[in-house]
Design a protein around this ligand. Structure first.
Ligand code: ADP
Ligand code: MG
Length: 293
């Protein structure tokens, strides 16, 4: 009777499967035993990854469901606090408390909207997109998300920048989130420089397409001269819900990464306390890999 079992070699962090069988002679008498070992580590890792994907998918569905359900009561709270505010025009205390209730409800709603954006499967509306428009629009939108103060924003881009195939609205969100983060990091004073350039670049095999074939890419750097991202956090800032801000959602960069990935692009961070923070977004001018994600 063959025996199958799993042997865990903890220190080696490998999973070894073995099969034990009796060896019998022609008369059916046992004469010995054989044991086959097989390294199942990769199989196990793939299965674990599959399980994790399933868990994350159902978590995402649940989060989307909760966020959706909470939107209505929150809107109700905001509207009713507004009505009540009008009924007590003379009470200074009540006015300020009700204004706080309204702004807190607004904040909670903004977090829900971001969460829905993050968990919703991405569908790109690809069009001929001028990054110049995207970037300028993003700076204006970022001002509605974070206080700009006296921060100056410089945009440098060549006049002959190629149009790219991409989703105008979602790319706008990418740069809005990056610029809003820069405003927040600068706390009202400093400089943001957005530099756009283009050129043929070797493809990274990680892009999922043929390596070595130069592809026309556009590179957008969003740099600020703020405090920088502490080295020990650089691995985590793209994680959903990772934030160092008391009222942050931690979803801004997770959404950025999701949109950049969907465009077959990449995002890199370089940062130091001396120079500040630079996010580099690299996007292919067109994606031969197709957009159906
Ligand atoms: N330009 C920047 N300078 C310094 N830190 C940054 C910058 N951009 C992002 N970060 C760090 O990354 C974290 C995650 O950013 P994000 O995903 O947008 O979430 P949130 O802005 O809600 O905190 C921020 O809390 C901050 O610590
Ligand atoms: Mg943010």
């Amino acid at each position: 009777m063959p025996n199958r079992a799993e042997l865990r070699l903890k220190d080696l962090d490998r999973v070894i499967g073995y099969t034990l069988s009796q060896v019998k002679d022609d008369g059916g008498q046992p004469t010995g035993a054989v044991m086959f070992f097989k390294d199942l580590t990769q199989v196990e890792q793939l299965e674990e990854r599959e399980r994790l994907r399933d868990r994350l998918a159902s978590l995402g569905e649940m989060a989307a469901g909760i966020a959706h359900e909470l939107k209505n009561p929150l809107a109700g709270i905001e509207v009713m606090a507004g009505l009540l505010k009008r009924q007590v025009p003379d009470s200074v205390d009540a006015q300020s408390l009700l204004a706080d209730i309204m702004s807190e409800a607004k904040l909670a709603n903004a977090i829900l909207v971001e969460m829905l954006e993050f968990v919703r499967p991405i569908r790109l509306q690809v069009e001929h997109t001028a990054l110049a428009d995207v970037v300028h629009q993003a700076v204006t939108l970022a001002e509605t998300k974070a206080p700009r103060g006296n921060v100056s924003v410089a945009v440098e881009m060549p006049a002959d920048l190629p149009m790219i195939e991409g989703d105008h609205h979602q790319l706008c969100q990418v740069f809005t989130n990056l610029v809003a983060n820069a405003f927040e990091a600068l706390e009202g004073k400093g400089q943001i420089t957005i530099t756009v350039s283009s050129g043929a670049m070797e493809q990274d095999p990680a892009f999922g397409r043929e390596p070595q074939k130069p592809v026309l890419m556009v590179v957008v750097d969003v740099a600020d001269d703020g405090p920088g991202v502490p080295e020990e956090l650089t691995d985590r800032i793209f994680n959903p819900f990772f934030t160092t801000k008391p009222q942050g959602s931690g979803l801004g960069l997770a959404i950025v990464r999701k949109i950049v990935d969907a465009h077959d692009g990449r995002i890199d961070l370089s940062s130091s306390p001396a120079t500040g923070t630079r996010f580099r977004v690299t996007l292919p001018v067109s994606s031969p890999g197709g957009w159906f994600k």
